[in-house]
Design a protein around this ligand. Structure first.
Ligand SMILES: Nc1ncnc2c1ncn2[C@@H]1O[C@H](COP(=O)(O)OP(=O)(O)O)[C@@H](O)[C@H]1O
Ligand SMILES: [Mg+2]
Length: 276
């Protein structure tokens, strides 16, 4: 029975989910990591790909420190083979593999041929080669829309936007959503904005300011972009687990953070099964 349910919920083809927002510190890496781990806990095969030269996602995994990184594949001239990709992928847990990032990718970003249709799909082409090996690929991005984020979005099926309602800038979100529209037109017609979700926030919080920001965002974007019901509350277990080098679900399975990421993952899977 369980197998049947799992089969029904397993995508037929690898779905690439991207966590992005052109602001730092809003919970992109935390969300990519914990949604990815929650998917793996549900039996899905997950490939993480770290597209941020700051490497926050990479260093969340012990033993991921290897000289090979995804930037090497992106920079390579000519065809990238399946062997080349397998040489970079690190197994980092049950059902979980990682394409690590490197600080070098910051310097290399300027040299990456990007933007035009031919070069924008470099990451998409690489991921397509391993698509039969995974159910989900989870991309973490940096806090700006440079070439690395552009090629990550060019490889994305569904974009999720974590928003911390304490730090808010309209231009940022509008910019990101407009970038998706441009990509959809020319390069990645299948790109969907899966939705906005609020981090470090609960509707039950007392401070009025954050509720006002949440209301404003819903008013401004809610027509065009789904807004998740689940929010990720402030949870000290999140930074503590990171400091301890442990996964949140092992470190503090009953914490608000773990509960909320489980609920968010369920809500995402529900949306995905309805095609959005
Ligand atoms: N729900 C949360 N509760 C408490 N701290 C959080 C939460 N989400 C993220 N953080 C902390 O906020 C900081 C920024 O999060 P991070 O995921 O690295 O953001 P980004 O990738 O957008 O820069 C990290 O120190 C992280 O531990
Ligand atoms: Mg990050």
């Amino acid at each position: 029975m369980y197998t049947l349910v799992l089969l029904a919920l397993t995508p037929l083809y690898m779905q690439t989910l991207c966590f992005s927002n052109n602001k730092g510190g809003v919970g992109k890496t935390t969300s990519a990591l914990n949604v990815g781990l929650a998917l793996a806990r549900r039996g899905h095969r997950v490939l993480f790909c770290d597209c941020d030269p700051q490497r926050s996602l990479t260093i969340s995994f012990e033993g991921a420190d290897a000289p090979e990184h995804v930037g090497m594949l992106l920079m390579r001239k000519g065809e990238v083979s399946l062997d080349d990709i397998h040489a970079v992928i690190r197994p980092v847990g049950e059902n979980v593999d990682l394409l690590p990032a490197s600080a070098e990718m910051e310097a290399n970003e300027a040299q990456l041929p990007g933007w035009d249709a031919e070069h924008s799909t470099r990451l998409a082409d690489i991921l397509e080669l391993v698509a039969s090996e995974y159910d989900y690929c989870v991309l973490d991005t940096k806090g700006s829309i440079g070439t690395l984020t552009w090629i990550a979005l060019a490889a994305t099926n569904v974009l999720y936007i974590p928003v911390d309602p304490e730090f808010y800038g309209f231009e940022g979100l509008t910019n990101l959503i407009n970038t998706c529209t441009r990509l959809r037109r020319r390069i990645n017609p299948g790109l969907r904005v899966g939705g906005i979700f609020f981090t470090k926030y609960s509707p039950a919080y007392r401070a009025r300011l954050r509720h006002d920001v949440v209301d404003l965002i819903k008013e401004h974007y809610g027509q065009d972009v789904p807004v998740f019901t689940t929010t990720i509350r402030q949870s000290t277990a999140i930074p503590n687990a990171q400091m301890a080098g442990a996964g949140l679900f092992d470190y503090a399975p009953d914490s608000p953070g773990a509960e909320d990421y489980e609920a968010l993952t369920d809500e995402m899977l529900q949306h995905l099964s309805h095609g959005y």
